[in-house]
Design a protein around this ligand. Structure first.
Ligand code: AMO
Length: 439
């Protein structure tokens, strides 16, 4: 008999089916055993007769052949799509036995401390609610791709080993590259720009490596960036693009997985017109409404981000707020100064539900100006030879931005820690296994 997916059993009441999946929970009632089986499509209750349930354990991999029955009215489970049916079976084949689990995985939530959740990652990812985080993440990627393709962008895959650092600063992993100096890229920035004269519009979903010196709930050492870059655009075009793509992408997720967002008890997207504030305007609001004077700082503090998002939701019914015009000295070398006020830059961050999820800027597209900007920051243009070549031979006005995939997932689902939004998070303390403390 061919395998039937669990969700498709709904259409097969009265028929014999074969389902294959994992034992989620097991309840023995004498010769009868109730087991919940999970496959990629969903979960179903199986009533196993003939004493066949003895010896079964959670996470055993099984195939079960049996009849799909309607459940008695008083036993219907309204919380799952297959809640009106169950399978009665006396035939079970165990494909793979699971070792005894270190903790109970049968509850609706997996109540574990974060270190345990990550120490047993290959196991904890199987829990339906944890799995749902990554279904949402996959939909974020799908929504992003759709929005970019719709705008005529070409998808590119770029290297993650490079001859120079991309974002500056000390947060860079060095690589011994056949005895030469090389770096893990902090972002796909330089390559996406280099490809503008080739394709005009590009996007990439790229690994980025940040040697973060501290442990926070919003930073990873290896992160995934969703990057766009557009040629022949100005600052206003870029602001429109980044906001439109964000709303489209998250609306797509909301429409694809409404039940998961409900399960995580998060509210629907507030999509009022997104307020745009210069950094100094945002800091003025923080000062007036929240009584903190950060008006001379070069960026918003984490608490400022929380508060300005609160303000955007209350006053504009928007889960997003765009902050522009950060000081030039706070931004990477490729950022274009504002011609009206060159101390400030044509840069922007997008904040979503209390945290920055995106950064970007109009870029310097003039070859000489770019080489000078590299020098001004104490770097050597020689280290950027391939990059500068793209500008030397003609570069249109251009700009772009980057969304942080894990941050977006965390904020959309209201997770406490960004590590929950990464399949296999890397941080100062962990590369799959916990790193031993340095002496
Ligand atoms: P930036 O460094 O701000 O900009 O990164 C863009 C977005 O990526 C996410 N992000 C991170 N997420 C988790 N852990 C980290 N350590 C981490 N670092 C960044 C954030 C952030 O908003 N090249 C520019 C983008 C551009 O100008 O196009 C850049 O990398 O959500």
């Amino acid at each position: 008999m061919n395998r039937t997916l669990i969700l498709d059993c709904i259409e097969k009441t009265g028929e014999d089916v074969k389902i294959c999946g994992f034992v989620q929970t097991k309840r023995d009632h004498g010769k009868i055993t109730f087991i919940d089986i999970v496959d990629r499509s969903g979960q179903i209750q199986v009533v196993l007769g003939g004493g066949k349930g003895a010896g079964l354990h959670p996470q055993d991999v099984v195939c079960i052949t049996g009849k799909v029955n309607k459940r008695p009215e008083n036993l219907v489970n309204k919380n799952i799509p297959t809640g009106e049916i169950e399978i009665y079976s006396e035939e079970i084949k165990v494909l793979s036995k699971a070792a005894e689990l270190p903790f109970d995985m049968g509850g609706k939530d997996l109540d574990l401390q974060l270190p345990t959740l990550l120490d047993y990652r290959s196991l904890t990812l199987r829990h339906p609610k944890i799995k749902d985080i990554f279904k949402v993440q996959s939909a974020i990627l799908e929504g992003f791709r759709k929005a970019c393709l719709k705008r005529d962008c070409i998808e590119i895959i770029v290297p993650t080993i490079a001859a120079s650092s991309t974002e500056g600063g000390a947060e860079v992993f060095k690589v011994d590259y056949y005895g030469h100096k090389a770096f893990m890229t902090q972002s796909p920035q330089l390559y996406k720009q280099m490809l503008i004269p080739v394709f005009e519009r590009v996007f990439t979903i790229a690994h980025a490596y940040r040697a973060e010196p501290s442990v926070t709930t919003r930073h990873l050492s290896e992160t995934t960036q969703m990057d766009c870059e557009f040629g022949f655009v100005d600052f206003q075009d870029l602001l429109n693009l980044l906001e439109e793509i964000a709303v489209e992408m998250l609306t797509f997720v909301q429409e694809k997985y409404p039940h998961i967002l409900e399960e995580f008890k998060v509210s629907k997207l507030a999509t009022g017109k997104i307020p745009r504030l210069r950094l100094r305007e945002a800091q003025e609001i923080i000062f007036k409404e929240f009584k903190r004077d950060n008006r001379k700082e070069k960026d918003l503090t984490p608490q400022d981000e929380v508060d300005i998002c609160k303000w955007a939701l209350e006053k504009h019914n928007s889960d997003f707020v765009t902050i522009t015009h950060f000081p030039m000295m706070a931004k990477p070398f490729y950022t274009h100064p504002d011609p009206q006020d060159p101390q400030y830059s044509l840069s922007y961050d997008l904040l979503f539900r209390g945290t920055e999820i995106l950064s970007g800027s109009q870029r310097i597209n003039d070859f000489e100006m770019l080489a000078q900007s590299i020098q001004k920051r104490g770097m050597d243009p020689k280290d950027f030879e391939m990059y500068l070549q793209a500008f030397k031979y003609g570069m249109p006005p251009e700009g772009g931005f980057s969304y942080g995939m894990e941050r977006l997932t965390k904020l959309l689902l209201g997770l406490e820690n960004i590590r929950e939004a990464s399949l296999y998070p890397r941080d100062m303390e962990r590369v799959d296994v916990r790193l031993s403390k340095k002496e």
